[in-house]
Structure formats: C-alpha cells, structure tokens
Write a protein that binds this ligand. Structure first.
Ligand SMILES: CC(C)(COP(=O)(O)OP(=O)(O)OC[C@H]1O[C@@H](n2cnc3c(N)ncnc32)[C@H](O)[C@@H]1OP(=O)(O)O)[C@@H](O)C(=O)NCCC(=O)NCCS
Length: 218
C-alpha cells in the first residue's frame, strides 16, 4: 500500500478517512492541519503539523488527499501544497459501495462516498466531493472543486461548473447547466439552467441572489 497524507482533521476528514480505509488502497501516514495542534488525533491518526511539514519531515511522502468540505478552501489548500511541493500528486478515494459506471471518469483528489453513483460516460473533475447516496447520471460533465451533498441527484447530460455546490437532497433534471461558483440550495428542484456566481433554491428553483467566489455556504 502506498503512503499518503490527509489534509484536514475535522468532521469531514473522518468521512474521507473512512472512505480511504474501506477502499484499502493507501496507508494514511498522518494528518496535516494548520488549525489543529500537532499531536491531536482523529481515529488514531496523528496531526503531524501543517503543509510546511511536507517540506521538512515529509519529503518522502509524495501523495495525499484534501479532506476539507468547503470547495474554495480545498482549492486554496491544493494551491498552497503545490507551491511548497511541485512534485506532490493527489489521490482519489472511492468507497467500495459506490458505483462508477463504464466510461465514467473521476479526477485526482476526488472523494466518492458510500452509495454514490456516477453513471456511464460522466466525467467528474478534480477535488470534488460526492457525499453518500448522490447520483450523477449518464453523459454529464462536472468541473473541479464541486460538492454534491448527501442525496443530491442529477439527470443525464447535465453540466456543472467549477466550485458549484448541489446541496443536500437537491435535484437537477436532465440536460441543464449549473454555472461555476453557483450554490443550489437544499431540497431544490432545478428545471432551468442556473447562471454562474448565483444562489438558487426552491421547487422549481429560482435564482435568488448572486454570490462571490469563496463566499461561505456551509
Ligand atoms: C441556499 C443556502 C446556501 C442559503 O442561502 P442564503 O441566501 O444565505 O439564505 P438565508 O439563510 O439568508 O435565507 C434566506 C431565505 O431563504 C430561505 N431559504 C434558504 N435556503 C433555502 C432552501 N434551500 N430552500 C428554500 N428556502 C430557503 C430561508 O428560509 C430564508 O427565508 P425567509 O427570508 O423567509 O426567512 C442554504 O440555505 C442552503 O440551502 N444550504 C445548503 C447547505 C448544505 O446542503 N450543506 C450540506 C453540505 S455537505
């Protein structure tokens, strides 16, 4: 098993660690988290330090995964890791009870949790999170740093831009586009295209306001 580092030591990290353990492909050497004291632990994995650790004690570790729930924060952490270690690469974590259909692809750093379904010929970008029981149907295209919260569902041929969030229980019918940095609110039913940098919710979902990159949604 290859050694990896997990970035993040909060509640989301627990779910990612469980996914990695169930997949059984990597050995977690420890956790890096700039906000937690070195020596604290999650599921018996110690926090070793912050990203800087990779440049000092962690030179022999070349792979890892970012276990932070917020899309924008995950992107900033990815950039900061690559700025100290340009040789570093990200692994994906795929729960054995999820299903990735024929022709579907997922990018580096993406986490696919229990019961998630990615259907035929759908592409999912880098550093996305598909929480339990999400479903992205056939021939869809999903950007990078996207979140599908638990039970979020799409029909086929949808397009989802970078940094978008499809919140808990939201549904998007086939063929629709969701712009980058857009948040679809919990429980929504999306029947129309939703532009970039927006917050939309309701059934049917309406765009209620604009948002800026990095604005909190959790
Ligand atoms: C859409 C969302 C981001 C909030 O947007 P917001 O513009 O900040 O909304 P506010 O919380 O200020 O609420 C404004 C109004 O919209 C309503 N509203 C907010 N979210 C709504 C939703 N998903 N569906 C219907 N109405 C909603 C509120 O009840 C409130 O109504 P009121 O003015 O009558 O009191 C948030 O409600 C949401 O759905 N988050 C989902 C988070 C999630 O799924 N997390 C899991 C990630 S793993």
């Amino acid at each position: 098993m290859k050694d990896i580092i997990v970035f993040g030591a909060g509640g989301h990290a627990k779910a990612v660690i469980d996914t990695i353990e169930k997949a059984g492909l990597y050995r977690i050497v420890g956790l890096l988290d700039g906000y937690k004291a070195a020596g604290t632990n999650v599921f018996a994995y110690d926090v070793l330090g912050s990203e800087a650790w990779l440049k000092t004690q962690g030179k022999s570790i070349h792979k890892g995964i970012i276990a932070v729930g917020d899309n924008w924060l995950r992107a900033n952490i990815a950039a900061s890791i690559l700025s100290v270690r340009s040789d570093f690469t990200f692994v994906s974590a795929v729960h054995p009870s999820s299903s990735i259909a024929r022709g579907a692809t997922i990018g580096a750093g993406t986490v696919v949790m229990s019961g998630a379904v990615i259907n035929s010929d759908t592409s999912i970008g880098e550093h996305c999170v598909l929480y339990p029981h999400t479903s992205v149907d056939h021939d869809s295209s999903v950007g990078s740093f996207v979140t599908f919260a638990p039970n979020a569902v799409t029909g086929g041929n949808v397009k989802i831009g970078d940094y978008a969030v499809v919140s808990i229980g939201a549904k998007i019918i086939h063929g629709r586009s969701i712009g980058e940095h857009t948040v679809i609110g919990a429980g929504s039913t999306v029947l129309t295209d939703i532009p970039s940098y927006s917050i939309a919710y309701g059934s049917p979902a309406r765009t209620v306001r604009s948002r800026v990159a990095g604005e909190k949604y959790l």
